[in-house]
Every structure is written in C-alpha cells, then in structure tokens.
Design a protein around this ligand. Structure first.
Ligand code: SAH
Length: 342
C-alpha cells in the first residue's frame, strides 16, 4: 500500500484524515505543528498516544527534501541544491541579513519564460512544484541551519504566477500561525509580469510584496530581453501594478538588471524615471550576473552608480542590490544548470 504523505495535507485535510482514523480533530493540529517544526518522525511527536503513532506509521509518512549539494559563500550566503522525489533538482538560497534570515525559493523546476539573460530557462520548464514542495524548501533550510527563516522571497527558478494555485496555498501556509507564522509583509513574490495573475493576486487579500522584473524602460528593449513583453507590454504591466498598489496599499519593487550597453545608458535611466513617476515603488538595481553562453556583460560600477543617481535625483526610490554569493553561482538557475551539464 502506498503511504500517504501528510506534508501534502492542509490543516483541514489533516483534520479529515485523523477523523477517519477515529481520533479527535485536535490531533490534526498537533501533527500539523510538528510538521512545521521540521519533525518527520512520528515517534518523536511526544504529545501523540503511542497506539496512534503505530497506526500512523502503518499508513502515512512525512516527506522531506534531500540536500543534494550545498555551497557556502564567504559572506554567509548558502546555496542549496535539493533533490525531489522524482529525481529532479531545484535550488534555494539562504541569505543572512542584519534583520534575519531570508530564504529564496524556487517555484518551478526550470522555467518556460525564455528571458534572454537567465540561466533557469535555458532548458525550458520541467514541472510545477507543489505548494508543500515549496514549503519543504524552507523547512529543509531551517533544519539544516537550526534556525527559523524570517523572510521568504519567491525569486528562485520558475515563474511563480504561472504556478498560481500552488503559490497561493504556499503563501497561506507561510502566513499560518500554526505553520511558519511569517507576516505577508515579509514575503516577496517576483514575477516577469503575468498581468492577469497580478490582478488575481491583488484580489486575494494576501498583501505580499510584489516584485516585478522590469529590466527595461521601453517595449523595444524589453521585447528583446523578455518574450513575455510581447503578450503583456509595459503599459498593461504598469496598469496591473497600479491596481496591485491600489488594492494592497503596498509599495511595488521593480527589479532592473543592468546589462552593459543594453539597458544601462543615461537615456534609459531618464526614460525609466518618466515611466515610474508618481508610482508607489522602489527600484532594485541588480548588476547582471554573467551566464555562460550568453553574450551579455555586466555594467561597470560607475555606470551602476550613475543610473542609481539619476533615479534618486528624480525622486524615484532606488538601491543597488548588495551582491551575495557571487563566488558560489548564487544567481537564479545557474547552479542547477551547471549540475545538469555534468
Ligand atoms: N520568474 C520570476 C522569478 C524568478 S527570476 C521573475 O522573473 O521575476 C528572479 C530574478 O532574477 C528576476 O528579476 C530575474 O530577472 C533575475 N535574473 C535572472 N537571471 C539573472 C542574471 N543572470 N543576473 C541577474 N539577475 C538575474
């Protein structure tokens, strides 16, 4: 008989399950709490009766992600490669900041978006991750680090808004007081700009920080970098952004990779100022992380500073992303790809 993976159950589903086993529904809460404390061994769930533990062991198990590889950077960043049950691999990154530990997690195996500068998408999409596999990325990091994750950014491989149903379940679990208990304000979802799902997310009443990968101040440049722009051009994207701000009252983050000679000129900076004028937003400038086999080069530091300066002078809030884990290939998809190549 195939055993049931209790990690794939929501609290309501667990309640049904324990009911069917003839147990009171508070047992579900007990098990649920243990799961999100990282426990996978029924025997160690000390508040459950011994007889129930025996029954559980016969019919159920609690899955966990295997750490396949782990790379630690000098700056405290740790990059994980996790092995899934079906032998696919995904990446997650732990970053240490003064305000706590941030987990950057993947939402899909591979990615279908085809952005010209990104390593995650080079072999296309393999599959969506289930919500509990995303939760497992966080749990696996917490277990390995022996500390709680205080922020989550869904900014690893994959396009989270194209795995929408599972993403929403995952966000609710992150927020649930009995599970991760992380405030929505400490959760960021990054998208290349799937307009209809930005609207849906705005309507969910889940006020996470939305990060939009913009990377260009006009459609001509963005079309070249991001195929999705041909479906949802910048004007539609910004309308969706305005709707998100209106519904959630949250400031949007725009991510902007600086690629030498492509989108890093003064003209681009001024055009971006005009585009984002009067929008409640913050621009995160990201020096491009070179990817093997791509012709793009990173902008030099002086150009990056100049770009930032122009935004600031025009009252657009902007920062240059502190680079972490450069020595361990911590950018999106690079590690998985290098391992697949071997
Ligand atoms: N699909 C989502 C989330 C995953 S990508 C999105 O597009 O936002 C996470 C971020 O990493 C995006 O802003 C993406 O554009 C950026 N990124 C991808 N490749 C990069 C590279 N080589 N250097 C710097 N940033 C990169």
């Amino acid at each position: 008989m195939n055993k049931i993976n209790l990690k794939s159950y929501t609290l309501e589903e667990l309640e049904n399950f324990v009911h069917q086993m003839g147990q009171p529904s508070y047992r579900a809460k007990q098990i649920y709490k243990w799961i999100y404390r990282g426990q996978t061994d029924f025997e160690k769930m000390t508040d459950l009766p011994k007889s129930f533990i025996k029954e559980l062991e016969d019919v159920a198990f609690i899955s966990s992600l295997k750490i396949y590889k782990k790379y630690a950077s000098d700056d405290g960043t740790i990059k994980y490669v996790f092995a899934l049950d079906d032998k696919n691999i995904i990446e997650g990154v732990k970053m240490k900041y003064s305000f706590g530990t941030t987990a950057c997690i993947s939402s899909q195996v591979g990615c279908a978006m085809g952005c010209a500068f990104c390593a995650s998408t080079q072999d296309g999409l393999v599959r969506n991750l289930a919500w509990w596999e995303m939760a497992d990325e966080v749990l696996a990091m917490e277990k390995d680090l022996q500390e709680k994750v205080s922020r989550v950014v869904v900014m690893g491989s994959g396009e989270p808004l194209l795995n929408y149903k599972e993403l929403i379940k995952f966000l609710r679990i992150l927020n649930s007081p009995l599970a991760f208990n992380i405030s929505y304000r400490r959760i960021t979802v990054s998208t290349c700009g799937i307009v209809p799902y930005i609207i849906s997310l705005a309507d969910e009443n889940i006020p996470v920080t939305l990060a939009i990968s913009l990377h260009a101040p006009n459609d001509a440049i963005r079309n070249r970098l991001m195929p999705i722009n041909k479906t949802y051009p910048i004007s539609q994207l910004l309308d969706a952004a305005r709707y998100y701000i209106m519904k959630t009252k949250r400031r949007i983050t725009f991510e902007y990779i600086l690629i030498l000679g492509v989108n890093d000129t003064k003209e681009c900076a001024y055009e971006l100022c005009t585009l984002l004028k009067s929008l409640l937003c913050h621009v995160n400038l990201i020096p491009f992380n070179p990817v093997e086999g791509k012709e793009f080069k990173r902008s030099d530091d002086a150009k990056v500073r100049e770009f930032e300066q122009i935004l600031l002078e025009n009252n657009i809030s902007a920062t240059v992303r502190r680079e972490t884990g450069v020595d361990i290939n911590a950018a999106c998809g690079q590690l998985r790809r290098s391992l697949l190549e071997r």
